[in-house]
Design a binder for this molecule. Sequence first.
Ligand code: 26W
Length: 817
Amino acid sequence: MTEQTAPHSPISAEQFAEQIRQELEYSQGVRPEQATAADVYVATSLAVRKQLMDSWMRTQQDIVQGKTKAVGYLSAEFLMGKQLRNALLSAGLTDQFEQAVTQLGFDIQAVIDAEVEPGLGNGGLGRLAACYIDSMASLAVPAFGYGIQYRYGIFKQEFDAQGRQVERPDYWLDNEEPWGHVDYNRSQRVSFGGKVVEENGHKVWKPAWSVRAVPVDYLVPGYASGRVNTLRLWSAKSYDEFDLLTFNNSQYLDAVRPQVKAENISKILYPEDSTPQGKSLRLEQQYFFVSASIHDAIRVFYPGQDQPDLTSFPDKICFQLNDTHPVIGIPELMRVLIDEYGYDWNAAWSITTRTFNYTCHTLLPEALEVWPAKLIGELLPRHLQIIQQIDRHFLAELEGKVADPQQIERMRIISTGEDPQVRMAYLATVAGEHVNGVAELHSQLLKDVTLHDFSLVYPGKFTNVTNGVTPRRFIKLANPRLSALITEGLGTDRWLSDLSLLEGLRPLAQDDGFVGRFAQVKRDNKADFAAFAKREYGFDLNPDTMFDSMVKRLHEYKRQSLKILAVIADYADIKSGRVSADDLLPRTVLFGAKAAPGYRMAKLTIQLINNVARVVNTDPEVKGRLSVHFAPNYNIRMAQHLIPATELDEQISQAGKEASGTGNMKFAFNGALTVGTLDGANVEIRQRVGAENFFLFGMTVEEVDALYAKGYQPESYYQADPRLKAAIDMVADGSFSDGDCGTYAALVDDWLHKDYFMTLADFTAYNQIQSDIEALYRQPLEWSRKALLNVASSGFFSSDRAIGDYLERIWKTGSMD
Ligand code: 26W
């Protein structure tokens, strides 16, 4: 068997233990005898960081001096998850760590648990960015991640006694944070407000206030590549520490006001993940990190040059815009080139349009960001002028190409009429060299619907890159048992850097002995998860039941309500005596989901699920057959525990609404079967794993459109399916609200009279597929065989493959080695 060794100079367990001791004493001032697990965590992290430092410096030097174009991944979110074990894996120090910590007399798990997860993202988009920088480092692609070091990450979710979501601030930086290195010497000034004046025929921006953007650098170690890239997260600091004059007048609060205003910029991650808030602070955040990043890239690639030749800029670096959040970078680069470096419009436009590419991550029209032109004019007056000029040039171009004046009107970057809005997705599409969606179906719908007018004018710009996720975190770290079995089955662990090798497991699906061992891995993972859930949440989970999970943000289009209605229907069947509890397949239904704090329907759905759980789990009549659990505060750590233990994965969004989904890929990697609609990447997962190994149900995009067109009447479905009626009636009659019929009235009313995402229309099909699921689950070997085939066929969904596609189709660059 060939074991891959990481090429960062490996050391022995004894040497590593000594380094940890040194860090304890000389960095933290703690004697090893007095150290706590948290101290050892910090010391270990500092020691690993130092181990990676030589590779990091070599990588940085090669990026600047090499001939390979770099990638700047601009993203408002990076949902990294815990760092320590991933860094150890990349540094090839996992075994040494375990031995060293044991030698020092500490519990390995306690050291790992001491790390606080940085929650610097909302969900799919932020986690994707984290997977992509992992893959870029592993493929030796010269790359920088650029984002914001929020002081408060995504809120911590708790449930109150009524089962309602309560949000608590996530002050993750309250603890010592050994991974980020604050580099005060590489800070950038970012300015806002003021006005634009004419001086000698030039437009000159006179800003009203500035903040200091201080980079906090995180190492991004590649797996088995010997490369370490940089994630540079900007933190906002004030220049005006104190206004001494005011302070002398003892108006202390007034004196620190400018500081508070500046530092507010990186204070909090917006928890909205699908509707733009339109808040000025959010635009400030976007401009803050993008402006700092562009100036940083110029500093890195043209060191010490006052008059650099920036016509070569697109050969040095290209920027990937992760959704519209960083799109203000387009007018910013134009401004930098024209106002700061003296290029004319055409030269600046030529550089800019070769520098940016745009990835769209949504299909919901309400999630396409727009900013009032008035707001941009107040905050960034020079940028508004530049956007207006881009819009004028674009209009002239369209007038030569498009006959229909209405189409031209629809396509304007700045909408006309009262209160004009800047459409950021359109700006990105016009100025970006490439535009991509995140799954085949999504990219097709972008061309056909969301950006249809643009795809007619710029057919060559549009492409697809189906999302991927990293097998290092989501197989190797999350599921050590499965990893060992895969390595044994394939006779190598090279699959960790070439996931297509998983195909080699296919013949083993015919080997009942191997399938049995695969089933045992799942059984052991379920037992582990049950212990974890007991410790963390006090849940009593029975590992001899089917583990059926739905974890993702809470959103109406994702249809958690479809799942809970199906659970209620099963429960109602038993309560009414239509079905005997003994006939029900024993099932544990697990939910995890955060709702945006202002999203009323989503929060009500959480409350309903919690109360269904309360009622069902305490009812002796269904004991051992059906239980429902909503684990609070779903995050990366929980995902790493839950996904390997799941047997059935719910991907049941309304067709045409989920851009891709990435949880679906992580579950397939870990041998869960998917029950899903033809939406997002489900379509491609099904193609690859085979229709016979995937539980498909529900309307297609075309059927959804046709039903809308015909006039959708949800109540008719309620009348037609007695199980659906029984379930909704139970919600309405107070069965899950101590008899209060008002608690869920808004939900019930929505289901019966609006149901925009057609939960009711898909309910019957969803229930029918459950019989197939139950029948297969009653044949454990056949179930496990299909699950193993899912693992063998899902290598395509590695983020390494996705980055390969970006390199080939969009970035036109490659490995530096
Ligand atoms: C504030 C407005 C806003 C709008 C959209 C905030 C955040 C968004 C994101 C685009 C939402 C998001 O996370 N999209 C998800 O991106 C994943 C990675 O591509 C996909 O797998 C999910 O399907 C998509 O919902």
